[in-house]
Design a protein around this ligand. Sequence first.
Ligand code: SF4
Ligand code: SF4
Length: 475
Amino acid sequence: MQHCVCFMDDLYQYDQEYRDSLATVDAEGNRVWIYPKKPGGRLHNLRILVTVILLTLLFAGPFIKVDGQPLFLFNIFQRKFILFGQVFWPQDFILFGLGMMTFFVFVILFTAAFGRLWCGWACPQTLFMEMVFRKIEYLIEGDANQQRKLNGAPWTTGKIVKKATKHLIFIVISLIISHLLMAYLIGVDEVRNLVMAGPSREMAGFLGLLVFTGIFYGVFSYFREQACIVVCPYGRLQGVLLNKDSIVVAYDWLRGEPRGKLQKGKVAEDKGDCIDCKLCVHACPTGIDIRNGTQMECVNCTACIDACDQVMTKINKPTGLIHMDSYNGIKDGKQLRFGGRLIGYSAVLAGLIGLLSYLLISRADVETTVLRVPGQLYQETPQGNISNLYNIQVINKTFDDIELEIEVLDPPEAIISRVGQASTMVPANGMVEGVYFVEIPRNLIAKTKTSIKLGIYSENELLENVNTNFLGPAR
Ligand code: SF4
Ligand code: SF4
């Protein structure tokens, strides 16, 4: 399997084994456990800051409410979604589909320009793995070499205590994350009710929490980088999304090659700046050698940049032997180019954002469906009018009850009356159905099918126009 999107083959040739193998799988197909060296440095400090901000937002999300409703809710069970305080129902599937398309085009555009920056710096999987679980592991078991030693050591009391402590903390954090996920799915109040009720009364919810906890614990304690390498579809798409102008974590092979060991503490004159210390490889949480070029496994975490910068500083060379750049940027000294593909993606993205914005702005608070009662044609009233019978269903997409009135806007001479009650109260986030007669004077009916327009009002404010057909006798 070729898993490299490397462009540097023409410039230097080293061990090509990386092309046909994964750093995390050995020749027999067994998992190779990665022990990345504890990261540190300028970019890592920045990542800590970004992580604190993003995780704070992530954990605060379910608690933020707008008019008593959560800011975000993805209730797939009730098919109810709230984004930025706006509720979306299955009836909004066009908006939802368009929103998803816009998001995917944005992801494609962003990736073509900036590679997997999202993966290393913002994806919750990486944030929790590298900045929470891995940090706890370093704290309890020490740096990479100590962890390797501990894992190979016999089961002493010290090892049991360390392993038990680590896994206990991992389970507790997984439990917290599963509650967070549940809060995004069913709302924080429902999660509180579920916890208060206990497993005996809320067995399904309790089992859900247990399953999520097990999955998170399995991913963060064992599966780890494999989630990014073999499961994440976004990661697998990198090969087709990246091009030679994409900004990625890149090794400056022009400056670094030919690599060679230090001689008497100095870089030999006929060698490049890379001293082949492999610290960039040891720092990599996916176990790859970035000097082979951009590879599918690279999540742009920038740990190798920090590691190499520290080496360069030690040997009195300029930092940045590994840095964020594009292939063309390094090869020709060119900056990010806004090429044909990026222009095409941007045009599609701008169009989608425009359409989505228009639909969101013009989205009515209610959604009305008008259907003629099956099996009914038309009736002639004693007053000489023609009447049709309709089923009218109104969905209230707001968080407030709405008192509705329905009028016929065209033709204005038409009269609408409800079978039963006179007014219609639609509960917040609810739906109401009713049967209505529409009567039109006989002299206004010229053909068998006449188009009529209904207006849905609340407190004299027009919420929505609905067109439907009215049947009558031809003249
Ligand atoms: S190659 Fe560098 S940026 Fe890519 S995953 Fe490894 S350490 Fe992170
Ligand atoms: S850390 Fe820098 S100097 Fe060391 S092997 Fe990697 S690229 Fe070369």
